[in-house]
Design a protein around this ligand. Structure first.
Ligand code: SF4
Length: 466
C-alpha cells in the first residue's frame, strides 16, 4: 500500500519530516524517499528499505537537507518522490494506492500526446510518473489531481510539494485515509495519525473522499470538495493500520478489542489462556480475553532486536522460515495447556500451520484459533495491498478447490456462515492447520466492531463485491 507524510513549517522541518515519514514504515517494505523545498530548488533522496529500516537508511542524509517544507514516502514498489518540471512549475510528487489501469492510461499518454516516460523499471512504468503526466495536462494542480482521480481505476492519494506549499488529495473513494495535523508552528498531512502525537501535532481534519487541499504556512484550505461516496478499507482496522492511528475518527486498537470481544461473545470454548499471534493478533486477543474473562498469556514472544519487520525476502520459503524464527516459544506456558490464539486473518496459512505444529511439539494440549475477520477469498484490486498474494494460494480458496475438485463460479454459499459449504470450507482449513477448533468473525460483527455503516466500508477481499 505505502504511506506518506508532508509538512509545512515556520521552522526547519527536516527532523519532523524524517520521523513523520518513518512512522509510516509499517505500510511498505521496498522504498523510502524524502524531498525538501530548499531555497535553491528541490532536493530528494530515495533508498531501498528492503534489508534495513527507513531511519538507518536516511539518518546520514539529514545533514544534507535544509528547508521548511517537505514530503516523504514509504513505497511498496516504485521509486518516489519524483521531481517534475512542468508548465505548472517545478514540483515533487508522491502517491499511495494502486493504478489498476496503468497500462491503458500509459498507452493513451504515449499515443495521443507522443509523450514519454523516463522512470522505467525493467518494462514497468512508474505509476507516480504517470500520475504526474496526467496532472500536467490541466491548468492547475487541483484540476490535474481531480482529473487523475477521475481517470484512475483503483486508488491514488497524492502529495505535491511546490515552492508555495503542499497540495494533498485523498483518493476518489477514500480507500486510504488522509488527514491534517496542526501545531502552533506547522501543518502536516499524513496517512497515519499515529505519526502526530510524538511530533506535537493534533489531528484537526480527516479529508473526505476525493477532497483536495492546499497546505501553506497559513494552515490549509479545501480546493476541491469531497465526494459523497466513501469506501474506506476495512482491513486497515483489522490488520494493516497502526494501533495508535484513527481513521474517520475511529481508533484501530479499540476496533481490535471490539473484534476480539465479539469473537468471545460468539464462543463458548473452555481454554486455559488466550493469546495473540504477534503483532496484529494481540489486540484482538486482549479484547477476547477481557470479554471471556480468561487470562491473557504470551506462550511465545517475538524476538525483535535483529528481525525488523521490513526485512522481507522475496522467497516465500525464506519468509516462512523467518516468521518462525522470530517467535520463541515458552515451553513452561505451553505444556499441557488448552490455548486459544487470536489472529487478524488467515492468508495462506503456511506459517500458521508450522507454528501450530511447534506448539504441539512443545506439549500444547489443544490449539484453538479465532480469526478477527471472515475468510479471505479475493485479492485487493485497490491498494496493492497484497500483490504477493496469489489468489489460488489463499487458504479459503484452496479449501474450496479441495472440496469441489475445481474452483466454482458462484462463491456465495461459501460466504454464508450458516451454510454447510461454509462449514466444510472452514473445517478443511482447520484440519490443514492442525487446529482443535477454528472460528472466523462474521461480516456483521466485524462491521459493528469498526463502527461505520457497511456502505461506507470496502469489504471486497471477503465478498468480491463493492
Ligand atoms: S479489497 Fe480488502 S484490502 Fe483492498 S481496499 Fe478493500 S478491504 Fe481493503
Amino acid at each position: 500500500m505505502g504511506g506518506f507524510f508532508g509538512i509545512v513549517s515556520q521552522n526547519d522541518c527536516v527532523n519532523d519530516l524524517f520521523y513523520g515519514t518513518d512512522y509510516h514504515s509499517h505500510l511498505g517494505t521496498r522504498r523510502g524517499g524524502m524531498a525538501v523545498a530548499q531555497p535553491e530548488g528541490f532536493k530528494k533522496s530515495i533508498h531501498s528499505i528492503e534489508t534495513a529500516q527507513f531511519r538507518s537508511k536516511f539518518a546520514d542524509d539529514l545533514a544534507k537537507f535544509k528547508g521548511t517544507m517537505g514530503i516523504g514516502v514509504i513505497s511498496d514498489y516504485e521509486d518516489q518522490p519524483l521531481l517534475i518540471a512542468s508548465h505548472l512549475g517545478n514540483y515533487a510528487i508522491v502517491t499511495v494506492g494502486a493504478v489498476a489501469n496503468l497500462a491503458e492510461l500509459a498507452a493513451r499518454e504515449l499515443k495521443s500526446r507522443h509523450g514519454h516516460f523516463t522512470e522505467m523499471n525493467l518494462n514497468a512504468i512508474n505509476p507516480t510518473e504517470l500520475v504526474a503526466s496526467l496532472i500536467n495536462q490541466e491548468e492547475s494542480f487541483a484540476a490535474g489531481m481531480r482529473k487523475a482521480q477521475e481517470l484512475i481505476e483503483g486508488s491514488c492519494s497524492i502529495l505535491i510539494l511546490t515552492a508555495a506549499g503542499i497540495y494533498a488529495a485523498r483518493d476518489r473513494l477514500g480507500r486510504t485515509p488522509v488527514l491534517i495535523g496542526r501545531r502552533p508552528d506547522a501543518t502536516a498531512v499524513a496517512i497515519e495519525s499515529s505519526a502526530f502525537p510524538n511530533l506535537g501535532f493534533q489531528t484537526t481534519a480527516y479529508l473526505g473522499p476525493g477532497e483536495i487541499v492546499f497546505v501553506s504556512r497559513d494552515g490549509y484550505q479545501t480546493l476541491m470538495q469531497p465526494g459523497e461516496r466513501l469506501q474506506i478499507c476495512s482491513f486497515l482496522w483489522i490488520y494493516y493500520g497502526y494501533p495508535a492511528s484513527s481513521y474517520e475518527g475511529i481508533n484501530v486498537e479499540q476496533v481490535r478489542y471490539r473484534c476480539g470481544a465479539a469473537l468471545a461473545r460468539a464462543d463458548g470454548v473452555e481454554v486455559d489462556m488466550v493469546s495473540g499471534i504477534p503483532d496484529s493478533g494481540i489486540a484482538h486477543a486482549i479484547g477476547y480475553a477481557a470479554e471471556a474473562r480468561i487470562p491473557y498469556s504470551r506462550p511465545f514472544v517475538k524476538y525483535t532486536p535483529t528481525w525488523p519487520r521490513s526485512f522481507m525476502p522475496q522467497n516465500q520459503e525464506m519468509r516462512d522460515l523467518i516468521a518462525n524464527m522470530k517467535l520463541i516459544p515458552i515451553s513452561d506456558l505451553i505444556a499441557g495447556k488448552r490455548m486459544l490464539l487470536c489472529e487478524d486473518s488467515i492468508v495462506r496459512g503456511t506459517q500458521l500451520r508450522d507454528f501450530v505444529a511447534r506448539l504441539y511439539a512443545f506439549g500444547g494440549a489443544e490449539v484453538h484459533m479465532r480469526v478477527a475477520c471472515p475468510p479471505l477469498l479475493y485479492g485487493c484490486p485497490y491498494l496493492n495491498f497484497s500483490r504477493s498474494r496469489s489468489l489460488m494460494d489463499l487458504a479459503a480458496r484452496r479449501a474450496i478447490i479441495e472440496l469441489e475438485g475445481h474452483f466454482p463460479e458462484k462463491l456465495e454459499p461459501f460466504l454464508d456462515p450458516s451454510s454447510p459449504q461454509y462449514a466444510a470450507m472452514t473445517g478443511k482449513i482447520q484440519k490443514r492447520l492442525g487446529l482443535t477448533t477454528l472460528k472466523y468473525q462474521t461480516m456483521p460483527d466485524m462491521i459493528k466492531a469498526i463502527g461505520l455503516p457497511r456502505e461506507k466500508l470496502c469489504t471486497f477481499c471477503w465478498t468480491g463485491s463493492e
